[in-house]
Design a protein around this ligand. Structure first.
Ligand code: GSH
Length: 201
């Protein structure tokens, strides 16, 4: 049995959980709730970075971070090919994943910055991260038609990012000015893997 260190609110963990469900591997994982900022001794004993998601394989090997975990999970069966094996498709999908993960990175940074004492908070950093989210969303709106027809890590990563924007940064109202992304997400968000992994209200 594999073991996944995760939380219900972590967008990177959600990406992995969606992947597990889409690959039909959900039953092969023990889910271990672990807040990296609190009781993280066990997590740190396997991952020196102390970050979630972290996956421990049945043979004890430890896998992180989220793109590496998802790439590994994709090799476990051939039910779907979430990371395409052909070079051009893989490049497209991996770059989509990097863009979506970058939106998550900037969003997560804003959330963490907001938790700092006001005297330590950097407004200029927050504005810079918001700028990169806005720019990235424009790019996604423009290139949404290049998503592969079949489900891949591109769609899963994008959906995890948009879900996190809704969850933590809804004031950015990302749907405004991005009708194509909004229409795409409305359909994708209905997948059971998305519904099951929704962050708590
Ligand atoms: N690039 C990593 C990012 C993982 C990450 O930053 N996870 C956050 C939770 S959402 C975390 O564990 N933070 C703890 C910390 O920064 O110490 C991935 O894709 O897995």
């Amino acid at each position: 049995m594999m073991k996944l260190f995760y939380t219900n609110t972590s967008p990177y963990s959600r990406k992995v959980r969606i992947t597990l469900l889409e690959k039909g591997l959900d039953g092969e994982v023990e889910y271990f709730l672990c807040n990296p900022f609190e009781d993280a001794a066990e997590l740190k004993s396997v991952n020196p970075l102390g970050k979630i998601p972290t996956l421990v394989l049945a043979d004890g090997r430890v896998v992180y971070d989220s793109p590496v975990i998802c790439e590994y999970l994709d090799t476990l069966n051939t039910d779907s090919e979430l990371v395409p094996s052909s070079n051009d498709s893989r490049l497209l999908v991996s770059t989509w994943q990097a863009l979506a993960d970058g939106i998550v990175d900037a969003s997560y940074n804003i959330v963490m910055e907001g938790r700092r004492d006001e005297s330590e908070r950097s407004q200029s950093s927050i504005e810079r991260w918001q700028g990169s989210i806005v720019n990235s969303l424009k790019q996604v709106e423009y290139q949404i038609g290049t998503l592969p027809d079949e489900i891949t890590m591109a769609q899963i990563s994008l959906a995890a990012a948009l879900g996190y924007l809704d969850f933590r940064l809804s004031y950015l109202t990302w749907r405004n000015g991005q009708p194509n992304i909004a229409a795409w997400y409305e359909v994708f968000a209905q997948r059971p893997s998305m519904v099951e992994t929704q962050p708590p209200a």
